[in-house]
Ligand binder design. Sequence first.
Ligand SMILES: [Mg+2]
Length: 334
Amino acid sequence: MIRKGGNGELALIDRIRGRAASSKSSALRLGIGDDCALLRLKADEEFAVTTDLSIAGRHFKMEWHPPRAVGHRTLARGLSDLAAMGARPVAAFLSLGLPRELTVCHGRNPSWVDGFLDGFLALADQYRTPLAGGDLAESPVALADVVLVGAVPLGRAMLRSGARPGDLLCVTGALGGAAAGLELLRKTAGSRRSDRSHSDGDVRLAPHLWPLPRIVQGLRLRQNLGATAAIDLSDGLSTDLNHLCQESGVSAEVDAQSLPIHTGASLEQALHGGEDYELLFTVRPDAVLPRRIAGVRVSQIGRITKKHRSRSRVVLLEGSGRRSLTSEGWQHFS
Ligand SMILES: [Mg+2]
């Protein structure tokens, strides 16, 4: 049971505090337990802060997504925003709204929220991002609100607004895998409802259920490659590239042939499927692009061009033809 001041809430907070205590960092001076967390930056750094809300039925489905994957994805979304700025993670804050039944263990089976925390804290550990605070409340639907605090050298964050005509347009990893995984989840959910052990281990679902934020790649893009602009691909290439072009006041051309399409995904999923959490970035034309950064492939997919009739536009070059690539970001479950 979660009620302000109730024993159930305190017990759950104790459980979370106990589990969060293992992840320490030099930037976190004081974590869960006092009125505020205390964070310390290095000299000449500034904070990068992002917040992200996940709601059952909108960003995940109780019947489709294993609780561990919901926890993992909640943190991954926030970390991916830090990656896009070239920031290093400092701490995470998590607020949960939960129906009472999701906090109750059934016999030997852990509760839904314990599964959620397994996924959240495993990724937090992997990315050395301590859980430094949060809040709990009873709610008619499950929701998770995460705040990520990162640090970046003063004035050095990668912004969406830095792309210039002539820059190379590049992307990390492969695209469309998350959309292909979601499509598979949608197709199979009806036939084997809540067979979680099965869906958990299917590699075709991995890009959707277990995305890995490109933190190390973001740091290297900023430090070593001098990336001029960056954004993480949360809403899909067509949508996020249009955001980048708008903010930079430029246009872009994408070569369909150069797109790194994920195994099992279609061109349309690579163009419009969201939640891949790869980094879309630009570099000066004389930059020497590595083939991989920390094991993740890097591809040039096009170039930045001037505004067309004082408007930003994105064009897809396909064979000898060209078509306008408008925002068609993945609409979760609508
Ligand atoms: Mg983002």
